[in-house]
Design a protein around this ligand. Structure first.
Ligand code: FES
Length: 148
């Protein structure tokens, strides 16, 4: 059974250093060697993260993802799992089993610790995790995704 819970807004805090140091990366089609720096990412005074969709064209393809390191040490991914505005998901990449960061592989999120697998949209595919990856609130317009 999969359940999705919503992390608090307070967790969506991108450290200023993380943004300035370019921790944000854009991976295209889950190929590590195709990763490139993401651009057009800002954080509003309200803490919400704005990702320019036109500057991150890889997000147009299923499997494209922008991965951000957060100030609390966890990672957030804006990932496309399907076409259209409803096909984007903002996921916390901490495995719901024991919190290890999941990694992209074969259009799934795989946990390197004990092998849990999650679909691109965060839904649980195989345990030992017992629930989906947590999702952040997400609003998508024609030009940007707003997380938080
Ligand atoms: S921490 Fe991810 S499967 Fe155990």
């Amino acid at each position: 059974m999969t359940t999705e819970s919503k992390p608090s807004l307070a967790k969506v805090q991108v450290g200023r250093r993380a943004l300035l140091c370019g921790i944000a990366t854009l991976s295209l089609g889950f190929l590590p060697d195709a990763a490139e720096a993401a651009t057009g990412i800002t954080q509003g005074k309200d803490g919400k993260i704005h990702i320019d969709l036109k500057k991150n064209k890889g997000l147009a393809k299923v499997g494209g993802a922008v991965v951000l390191g957060l100030a609390d040490g966890s990672s957030l991914a804006l990932v496309r799992s399907a076409a259209g505005t409803n096909g984007l998901n903002a996921l916390n990449l901490s495995c719901t089993h024991n919190g290890v960061t999941v990694m992209e592989q074969d259009k799934k999120w795989i946990c390197p610790a004990h092998g849990s697998q999650f679909a691109l949209n965060g839904k649980l595919v195989n345990g030992p995790a017992r629930s989906a990856l947590m999702k952040y609130p997400l609003k998508v317009t024609s030009s940007e995704a707003i997380i938080g």
